[in-house]
Ligand binder design. Structure first.
Ligand SMILES: [Zn+2]
Length: 119
């Protein structure tokens, strides 16, 4: 029997999920535009004083996403939704608390180890 996550553990995992979400979105944007959003942000900064409208990366990216990144991003977004809803860390198959050791490795995991292994 696992113990539920503490508030501190949830805060840590939330930070990791949010960081992963930013990373994935940046990677996906890079695939679309051939450069990272970080580069683009730097470019915008260098346009300081320029009164041309700021160009924002087009975020309608679905067609260009790689399957792997899209799948992982979906899992990360869903995990953050569960966190906000107070349902994070429970196995979606059997309802048991997912071990913190597993969530540290894969914060977007939605199943406990036995359920994931039998899926
Ligand atoms: Zn389970």
């Amino acid at each position: 029997m696992q113990t539920p996550l503490t508030a501190g553990q949830k805060a840590l995992l939330t930070a990791e999920l949010e960081q992963r979400e930013r990373q994935l979105r940046a990677q996906l944007a890079a695939h679309l535009h051939g450069q990272s959003r970080v580069d683009r942000a730097a470019e915008v900064l260098h346009q300081d004083g320029d009164d041309a409208p700021q160009r924002r990366p087009e975020m309608a990216v679905s067609a260009a996403l790689t399957d792997r990144e899209q799948t992982e991003l979906n899992a990360v977004v869903q995990a953050l939704d569960r966190m906000r809803a107070g349902r994070y860390g429970m196995c979606r198959s059997c309802g048991t608390d997912i071990a913190f050791d597993r969530l540290k490795v894969q914060p977007w995991a939605s199943q406990c180890v036995p359920c994931a292994a039998s899926a």
